[in-house]
Design a protein around this ligand. Structure first.
Ligand SMILES: Nc1ncnc2c1ncn2[C@@H]1O[C@H](COP(=O)(O)OP(=O)(O)OP(=O)(O)O)[C@@H](O)[C@H]1O
Ligand SMILES: [Mg+2]
Length: 185
């Protein structure tokens, strides 16, 4: 059976709004979840994670764990924030024992998550951030604007679309259904 999935997209017009997307995700995550973040350098993956960590009670500043590879925040549930920009997926990630963290009830949040997609099961929340103004010709575009496409894959996420929609809307964002494959409407 093909696992159910859905896609929701939202435009974040500032870093604060991308943090609000993270906070909305915080409202729907559960222990053992995997959240995969994709998007080029500076797209806002860490900013989104910061909103997620803060909403779950994390007091410390959130930075890209680019050199540490993984940082576990003492949130509820704990968040293991992983950055795969520089890792050789099979070797380095095995050392992080993410399976154990997930079994122990952490939420694993992975920057450059598309690079290690195969290491996780079918069930994940995939967040793709794109920044039009970071492209080759950003003339006339708002450099603070990001499109965030959220794709819930697998049974664990199938029932959470409505709650995520509501949490995004409660933050003043305007969620919309994304087309098949996560394209913008
Ligand atoms: N709408 C927005 N959402 C997120 N960040 C924004 C937005 N507008 C401007 N920014 C700025 O873009 C930058 C995003 O940086 P961030 O570290 O989150 O990117 P990243 O995707 O984690 O990059 P890296 O791959 O280098 O880790 C920040 O400086 C932030 O202030
Ligand atoms: Mg980052």
């Amino acid at each position: 059976m093909i696992p159910p999935e859905w896609s929701v997209c939202v435009v974040a017009r500032s870093a604060a709004q991308t943090q609000a997307v993270g906070a909305a995700i915080a409202a729907v995550v559960a222990p053992g979840d995997v959240v995969l973040l994709s998007g080029e350098l500076g797209a806002g993956k860490t900013v989104l994670t910061k909103g997620l960590v803060a909403a779950l009670g994390g007091g410390e500043a959130t930075t890209s764990p680019t050199f540490t590879l993984c940082h576990v925040y003492p949130t509820t549930p704990p968040i293991a924030h992983v950055d795969c920009y520089r890792v050789a997926p099979t070797d380095d990630l095995a050392d992080l024992a993410l399976d154990e963290l997930l079994e122990d009830g952490a939420v694993v949040v992975v920057e450059w998550g598309e690079r290690v997609r195969g290491l996780f099961g079918a069930e994940a929340l995939e967040c793709v951030l794109s920044a039009p103004a970071l492209g080759a010709d950003g003339n006339g575009l708002d450099e603070d604007e990001r499109l965030v496409v959220l794709r819930g894959a697998g049974a664990a996420w199938s029932a959470r679309r409505g709650d995520l929609y509501a949490a995004l809307a409660a933050s003043g964002l305007v969620p919309a259904d994304a087309g098949e494959g996560g394209a913008a409407p």
